[in-house]
Structures are given as structure tokens and as C-alpha cells.
Design a protein around this ligand. Structure first.
Ligand code: SAM
Length: 281
């Protein structure tokens, strides 16, 4: 494949930092990413941010049906000229992925894949969880530190809100790693690919869990008591902690995801409380 720099130049485009445009320049890595994606079972693939099509190409060559959701109009228009867009194997959707509901594309199960714009990784991961059961599997290229947060266990430095939510809703595995040189323009960070297989959701809403973990991890060095009292009140917080036999003097980072799920059933946010926002993690 031509280098991303040359391919962009030929289209009269320049990489946009704002849109997280670090294009895959390593065809072997793109090929492996496509294989790992298709190994999860579905032939219907939703690709987030196909860009110049580095990953779209091996997916199509392996006879997948690809819904390519690209926000950048110039890139989307270029993809629409591919022969597979004529024949229908490639459907190019020029839209913000966060505004798309998978049911608009059909009722067949999808695998979602993307070398994500890193500034939108958290909202895209929560978007993905909200798309189950149509979203059956996900494969995401993320900043390495972000992948570590998804995979972190209680007690580890990277353990936080994202680790709790993702591990309750999905089975998360790291499947590939990529150095900065695999991309153009070259990012400052290392990258990792994780697979997410949604599991049976816990009996608590993502919103209630997000509200609780936002409070509990608010100041990481503070105790649960100090973090929860200002949000839920002393009495309600102590009652919930006592019911779950959790010491109020512990820090949030020591509690297992399942304990947070149980606690979120007891500590319910106000109906008009904020949802998870893109900066939350
Ligand atoms: N998949 C290509 C690759 O690996 O070379 C490009 C990956 S690049 C890291 C991220 C892509 O996501 C860019 O093409 C960018 O325009 C697109 N993008 C950014 N924000 C988006 C959004 N909200 N919805 C859909 N695509 C988006």
C-alpha cells in the first residue's frame, strides 16, 4: 500500500490531529488485525474510522461485509470510490460513530473494529457497550496506557473506573501490541489492541455504576467514606457499606468490580445526575 502521507497527498488532504488521524502504515499489522477480528466469528463488521482503508482492505479481501463509519468527509468520499462500494460489500457511512445506533444498519450481529481516534477512546468504548446485544465483539487499537486501564486488577495503579465498568460488561484481552513506527504521522505513544466480548450485563445500570465509581475514585488517595459521603450522604453511604461488609476506611482501588456492582444497586444517583462524560475514565 502507498504510505499514508502519499495517499493523503493524492487526495489533497492532510492528517487532522483533532480527529486522531494516525494512519496504519504497516500492512502486516493491518492483516493481523483483520484476521483477529474475523476470528471472532461474524462476517458483518462495523469499522470505526476506516481512514484511508488500511484495515478495510484486508477485511474486504477476506470477504467480510464492512460498514465503514468515517467522520471525515474527504476520507469517506475516497472510500466510496472503491469497487466494493459499488458492489455493496463496503458500505461507507459518513457520520460520527457516537451518533450511530447499530440497529440502523440491520439486525444481524456485528463485530466492531477500529484503530480508534485516541481522544475518543473512552466514549467509544461506552458506546460499544451500549450497542449490545447487536455488538457481539469488539477489537480496538488503543493507547497502551488505556489498554492497561481496561485490563487492570484491583490494587494496580491503572485500576479505576474504566477497569471496573469494562470488566463487568465484557471479557477483555490484549491481543496485539504496536510501536509508534506502525503509524503515520508517528504518535508519541505506544499502542495495544484489545478484544472485548460482552458478557451478561450485571443487574445494575451503567449510569448508576458510572456515578458511583466517579464518586469512589474521585480522590484516589482518600478513603471510600471521604469520597462517598459528599455525594450520597453519610448515613446512606455507611448503610450501603455495612450491608456489603466493606470497611469505609478502604480505598476504592482495593475493591473488586463485583462489589461496585452490588454497591451501585444500593447507592442510586438522582435521576438528573450526570452521565459518564468523555473525560471520565
Ligand atoms: N483506520 C485507519 C487506519 O488504521 O489507518 C485510520 C485510523 S485513525 C487512528 C482514526 C480514524 O477515525 C480517522 O480516520 C478519523 O477521521 C476517524 N474518526 C475520528 N473521529 C471519528 C468519529 N467520531 N466517528 C467516526 N470516525 C472518526
Amino acid at each position: 500500500m502507498p504510505s499514508p502521507r502519499n495517499a493523503l497527498k493524492a487526495l489533497g488532504l492532510a492528517p487532522s490531529r483533532k480527529r486522531g488521524q494516525n494512519f496504519l502504515r504497516d500492512p502486516l499489522l493491518a492483516q493481523r488485525l483483520a484476521q483477529k477480528t474475523l476470528a471472532l466469528g461474524n462476517r458483518s463488521i462495523v469499522e470505526i474510522g476506516p481512514g484511508l482503508g488500511a484495515l478495510t482492505r484486508p477485511l474486504l479481501d477476506a470477504r467480510a461485509e464492512v460498514y465503514a463509519v468515517e467522520l471525515d468527509r474527504g476520507l469517506a468520499e475516497a472510500l466510496k470510490t472503491w469497487p466494493e462500494a459499488e458492489t455493496g460489500e463496503l458500505k461507507v457511512i459518513n457520520q460520527d460513530i457516537l451518533k450511530l445506533n447499530l440497529s440502523q444498519l440491520g439486525q444481524t450481529p456485528f463485530t466492531v473494529v477500529g484503530n480508534l481516534p485516541y481522544n475518543l477512546s473512552t466514549p467509544i468504548l461506552f458506546w460499544f457497550l451500549a450497542q449490545t446485544p447487536l455488538a457481539q465483539a469488539g477489537v480496538f487499537m488503543l493507547q497502551k496506557e488505556m489498554a492497561e486501564r481496561l485490563l487492570a486488577q484491583p490494587g494496580q495503579d491503572s485500576y479505576g473506573r474504566l477497569s471496573v465498568a469494562l470488566s463487568l460488561w465484557a471479557e477483555v484481552k490484549q491481543i496485539l501490541a504496536a510501536p509508534p513506527e506502525a503509524f503515520q504521522p508517528k504518535p508519541k505513544v505506544h499502542s495495544a489492541v484489545v478484544s472485548l466480548i460482552p458478557q451478561k450485563a450485571p443487574e445494575v445500570s451503567l449510569k448508576a455504576l458510572g456515578h458511583l465509581t466517579k464518586a469512589a475514585f474521585h480522590a484516589r488517595r482518600k478513603t471510600l467514606a471521604n469520597n462517598l459521603f459528599p455525594v450520597y450522604g453519610r448515613e446512606k453511604s455507611l448503610a450501603a457499606l455495612a450491608q456489603l461488609a466493606v470497611d469505609p476506611g478502604l480505598r476504592a482501588e482495593t475493591l473488586a468490580p463485583k462489589v461496585f456492582a452490588e454497591m451501585a444497586k444500593l447507592l442510586v444517583p438522582d435521576p438528573d445526575a450526570n452521565q459518564l462524560s468523555k473525560s471520565d475514565g
